[in-house]
Design a protein around this ligand. Structure first.
Ligand code: LMR
Length: 401
């Protein structure tokens, strides 16, 4: 069996970074993986994170195991961030939160939870298109994946009619993965009335939203970007949230995330959470500490929290500025085309409409790496490479229809 094993295909996103690293082209540009970069192309440790880590190092007294679901203080801070800090506990007793190793880990725990409660073959619905790893994660958990319409390519906007028609028919108990904002890969988000509709429909039909919240703070403030989650909670919906601090705290390699669940009442929240803990116990036993302790320190210290808010605002400002620069650079080279969609899309990604033939040519001829579906991580663009990339895209669009 081992002798006859064929190599697995490279990952469509992380595999690009490996290929980019191996490319000898001195002008190569990595617009693939969704990692924030500053104008110099660096992904620095945030100063708020550095300060939190320095303090932690001095305070740390043990490396003993954490509880299966992580530190309760981490859970509390995540809930406050997501649902707001009021006089009452953020979720009013219906909410439970477990640490998870990144957003990916949270989604896998959600998948295993669904399989534990609903059985293997339980169905999860994904947007067309979606982050390719969604399918892999839920399939690995033994769930059946199906798709609902989301993106209307001709207009570069939400296929609202298709979206609603499909979700109106989702059976009770199925999971529906939604992106809280900065939809990956399209950058096209649900708007407020859509979330209102989602809350009412999930509630009426009994399907369970699984909200992938990987980019809180990258479209609006963290508060603004968390509004859909607060709406679902207020509507009394049963739902799950996969929170990630990879992007907004730049904690990528520390793997810091959380699975948040909101159930009908305290009793069912406790019962479901007991299954979350069983799922975690067999997946990785209990959490890694460093990243979550760091995030807890940033979120709980008033000074570090305000530093972090400013840092997120800076990242958001660069995202907006680079979108304008990218759209202008392409419009200047191809005045007959409309690149306004690049400004309208939100988050790290621009879904350019470049075809697989065009993205392949950009990689082979220019050393410009993006996912094959034409998704570009816009902050991979810097003042040093913007003209090179815009020239190459314009030349390629002319050369390959
Ligand atoms: C991406 O879509 O590029 C990011 O979410 C990173 C990843 O793990 O794929």
């Amino acid at each position: 069996m081992w002798r006859d094993t064929q190599p697995a295909p490279p990952d469509p996103i992380l595999g690009l970074t490996e290929a980019w690293k191996a490319d000898p082209n001195p002008q190569k540009v990595n617009l693939g993986v969704g990692v924030y970069q500053d104008e110099q192309g660096r992904t620095p440790v945030l100063p708020s994170v550095k300060a939190a880590e320095a303090a932690l190092l001095g305070r740390e007294t043990t490396k003993a195991y954490l509880p299966i679901a992580g530190e309760p203080e981490y859970a509390r801070r995540v809930e406050e961030l997501v649902f707001g800090a009021g006089d009452r506990p953020a979720g009013g007793g219906r909410v439970r939160t477990a640490y998870a190793p990144g957003g990916t880990g949270a989604l896998r725990v959600a998948g295993d939870l669904a399989a534990a409660l609903g059985g293997r073959g339980h169905t999860v619905w994904l947007s067309t298109p979606t982050w390719p790893n969604h399918r892999g994660i839920f399939s690995a958990a033994g769930l059946e994946t199906r798709e609902y319409p989301y993106f209307h390519a001709a207009t570069g906007s939400l296929d609202r009619d298709g979206f609603r028609a499909a979700l109106e028919r989702v059976p009770v108990g199925d999971l529906v993965v939604l992106h809280a904002g900065c939809h990956n890969p399209t950058g096209v988000d649900l708007e407020e009335p859509d979330w209102e509709w989602v809350a009412a429909t999930a509630q009426a039909r009994g399907w369970i939203p699984v909200v992938d919240a990987a980019y809180l703070g990258f479209a609006g403030t963290v508060e603004q970007d968390a509004a859909p989650l607060r709406r679902l909670l207020a509507a009394g919906v049963n739902f799950l949230v996969a929170v990630s601090f990879s992007k907004n705290m730049s904690l990528y390699r520390e793997r810091v995330g959380a699975l948040v669940l909101a159930a009908a009442d305290t009793g069912s929240a406790d019962a479901i959470f007991s299954h979350v803990k069983r799922v975690i116990r067999v997946l990785y036993s209990n959490p890694a500490a460093h990243g979550a302790l760091t995030a807890t320190a940033v979120l709980s210290d008033a000074l570090l929290r305000s530093m972090w808010d400013r840092e997120v605002a800076e990242m958001r400002a660069r995202l907006a500025a680079v979108r304008t620069a990218f759209s202008d650079a392409l419009s200047a080279r191809m005045p007959d085309r409309d690149f306004g969609f690049i400004r309208r899309q939100r988050g790290l990604f621009s879904f350019t409409g470049l075809t697989p033939a065009q993205t392949t040519r950009l990689r082979e001829r220019y050393g410009i790496y993006m996912t094959v579906d034409g998704r570009v991580n816009v902050v991979g663009l810097t003042p040093a490479n913007l003209d090179y990339v815009a020239d190459a895209i314009a030349e390629t669009i002319r050369a390959v229809a």
